[in-house]
Design a protein around this ligand. Structure first.
Ligand SMILES: [Cu+2]
Length: 114
């Protein structure tokens, strides 16, 4: 008995559809949510004030020659580990936050939710 050719044809069709769909969907993780960058340079957060959308990602990059960290002002929402020169740290922001560097408390910044 010969096996019907239809199931194989259906499988191919399904594969074609999936490939097409995959091409139409936005690439995951990069375009749907915003990503922002704050650099730490010469004892300052740059930009010191940043507007983001809720759920956006902020990457802090220490481009200074000394170690810093990023501490939400109350110290309760989030706090980075010590970031040596060249290291970076990522936080997902869900509310307006003031932050500072606990090693150098005069270093301050703010993230505003739009
Ligand atoms: Cu610091």
């Amino acid at each position: 008995m010969k096996a019907p050719a239809v199931p194989m044809k259906n499988t191919l069709l399904l594969l074609c559809c999936l490939t097409l769909l995959n091409g139409l969907l936005p690439s995951f993780g990069s375009s749907s949510l915003g990503s922002h960058r704050v650099e730490i340079v010469q004892m300052r957060f740059q930009p010191a004030e940043l507007s983001v959308k809720k759920g956006d990602t902020v990457v802090f990059v220490n481009k200074d020659v000394v170690t810093h960290n990023v501490t939400e002002e109350s110290g309760k929402s989030w706090k980075s580990p010590a970031l040596a020169s060249g290291e970076s740290w990522i936080v997902v922001v869900s509310r307006t936050s003031d932050y500072y560097c606990s090693f150098h408390p005069m270093m301050k910044g703010k993230i505003l939710i739009e």
